[in-house]
Design a protein around this ligand. Structure first.
Ligand code: SF4
Ligand code: SF4
Ligand code: SF4
Length: 314
């Protein structure tokens, strides 16, 4: 009997679903063992009856649910709770599901401030329908990770997650295991660049500054980007973005790690740890522009990012 799978996206961009398709040939080996009974990205299966004739949400019973995206509104929350009720195992796929992801940067402001700035008075776009409109799903107080709402049995981080880990996690479940996780190593642990444990010192440059390197030489001849004063979150980010083998993806492109795989272990405090890592090579973390946002770029759920108290009027 194939394993029944529900796949769904919440506050997501579809990149995680592309990662499922990017599994490539190994997906052909897995597919005979899986039956996708609901996958809104690929299968024409609706939530309220096939022609919208039902009043309650219908998610099919499943052995495994794979959910991408975080929870941004009451509809996502309801959908996720329904999925959790119907599935024996739940996989949170991608960094939006794991940590809130990039959309959780909005957690630095109150919802009303976001509506004002982004939907009603953006200088660069026309006003858009207001998400406070009662006819569309109400925003939750913050943009949440999946496990802030329901239990997640397995978390596959990454923006997007690497196909290798989707195969590994699914294969573990098919083999009867009930858990799976990536080894706790940092991006730096898998990075081949030269480290001298000392930067030039002083201000930290933003991550889009050009690194110094010789394009005719390998990465093992390039100096660590933090030691070139360019902010690289490798020391506090979980390794695995290049799959089972290989050099971290951004480092391959000679650009710094922005932290998309999230913290190395649950309970870590990446911002504190990163400030320590920068200080240890002689850099001043206080010189980082938008420090709080940049160091928590993908992990704004779990209360890592919250609105700052209003500043007193001058
Ligand atoms: S984790 Fe990245 S790829 Fe996946 S839904 Fe979020 S933004 Fe898209
Ligand atoms: S800080 Fe960045 S460039 Fe330096 S070793 Fe770590 S991942 Fe590589
Ligand atoms: S190097 Fe960092 S930001 Fe880039 S893909 Fe890997 S984990 Fe993500």
């Amino acid at each position: 009997m194939p394993v029944k799978v529900v796949e769904d996206w919440l506050n997501a961009c579809s990149g995680c679903e592309i990662s499922i398709l990017n599994i490539g040939d190994p997906l052909l080996d897995l597919l005979p063992q899986l039956e996708f009974v609901h996958m809104t990205a690929l299968v024409d299966h609706k939530f309220f009856g096939q022609v919208g004739d039902k009043m309650t949400m219908e998610i099919p019973e499943a052995d495994v649910a794979i959910v991408s995206g975080g929870v941004r509104n009451e509809e996502h929350k309801h959908e996720l709770e329904e999925i959790r009720k119907k599935a024996k195992f739940l996989i949170a796929l991608g960094s939006c599901a794991a940590y809130g992801g990039i959309p959780a940067q909005a957690n630095m402001w109150k919802n009303e401030e976001v509506f004002e700035k982004v939907f009603r008075h953006s200088p660069s776009t026309d006003p858009a329908p207001d998400p406070a409109d009662p006819n569309i799903p109400k925003w939750t107080d913050s943009c949440m990770a999946v496990d802030e709402v329901v239990k997640a049995d397995i978390v596959i981080p990454g923006c997007p997650p690497h196909p290798d880990w989707i195969v590994e996690a699914l294969s573990a479940l098919l083999a009867g295991k009930t858990s799976w996780s990536l080894p706790e190593r940092s991006v730096c642990d898998t990075c081949p660049v030269i480290r001298e444990k000392k930067a030039a010192g002083g201000a930290v440059k933003r991550c889009f500054e050009n690194a110094e390197f010789n394009p005719n030489e390998g990465l093992d001849k390039m100096r660590c980007l933090n030691e070139q004063n360019i902010l690289c979150l490798g020391p506090v980010t979980l390794a695995g973005c290049a799959g089972k083998t290989g050099v971290p993806r951004c480092i391959q492109a000679r650009t710094p790690c922005r932290g998309c795989f999230g913290p190395i272990r649950k309970g870590a405090k990446p911002m504190v740890d990163m400030m320590g890592a920068l200080t240890s090579v002689g850099l001043d973390p206080k010189t980082i522009v938008d420090r709080r946002a940049i160091m928590n770029r993908y992990i704004g759920g779990h209360k890592f990012l919250t609105p700052l108290p209003a500043r007193p009027a001058r």
